[in-house]
Design a protein around this ligand. Sequence first.
Ligand code: NAD
Length: 265
Amino acid sequence: MRIAIYNNDIDNSNAIKQSLCALLVENNLIIDNEKPDIVITVGGDGTLLGAFKHYVDRIDDIRFVGLHTGHLGFYTDWLSSELVELVMSLKHDNGQRVTYPLLDMTVIYNTNEAKHFLALNEAAIKQPMGTLVADIFLGDKLFERFRGDGIAVATPSGSTAYNKANGGAVLHPKLSAIQMSEIASINNRVFRTLGSPLVVPEGQKIIVKPKSDNFLVMYDQSDIKDASISELRFQVAKKQVHFAAYRHVDFWQRVHRAFINDIDN
Ligand code: NAD
């Protein structure tokens, strides 16, 4: 089994990476950052998003393990105090994994050229200045004309991130669906949108045709600024992301721990 380590660039993560490398070598595990079977991220959820982008072309062949340098995150199940336990789990690995859905974003340009992007959390179309005007189609039917700051489309595992800040629902990642949420929509007697998040199942598309200029397209930590984008299509991706499930953390426990725990008792 070949293992890659992907860390953020803070001193603590670098130190943890060194200790982890030494333990892996001591236990005859192979470090291979080019073609790994397992990618261990050292940092936070943002580091895992970075690793996802880095290894996206090999996403079918990889399982991720998230090691958090602070408190546990949404994609990070291990703490830096648990290096020995983690290496023992790697040694006794038998391919166990959990799989989450991904978002497929197709960007169509004025030339009709199409480019595909995969997102682990979400994609968003935002208008930094002025109002985003966009026609939104569900399947091939025009559903609404949106006016406001923007639109986000999230995966189930991304539903606890930006989507949640937009008033979106938290979706269990066993559901193969994507969720569209509005960012500050204009709703009055003249302009009308649904005004609530909507969830679209696998096999259905959300199509956004922007009518205004100077909008920005973002996916996870990346952005695309291109005036020649004519259309964006979103659907549940055919590819999925895999995590090595050495110990099961119940999704609702994770949500509880992240959002409720501090005010318990
Ligand atoms: P960042 O450093 O700005 O961190 C954003 C926060 O989002 C961090 O606390 C991170 O732990 C958390 N986060 C990331 N993925 C999560 C998930 N799936 N569930 C719950 N929390 C999650 O940026 P970053 O670390 O590079 O992460 C990028 C992500 O930040 C984007 O994908 C987007 O979801 C999120 N974001 C959120 C808001 C918001 O809540 N208003 C705004 C912009 C971006």
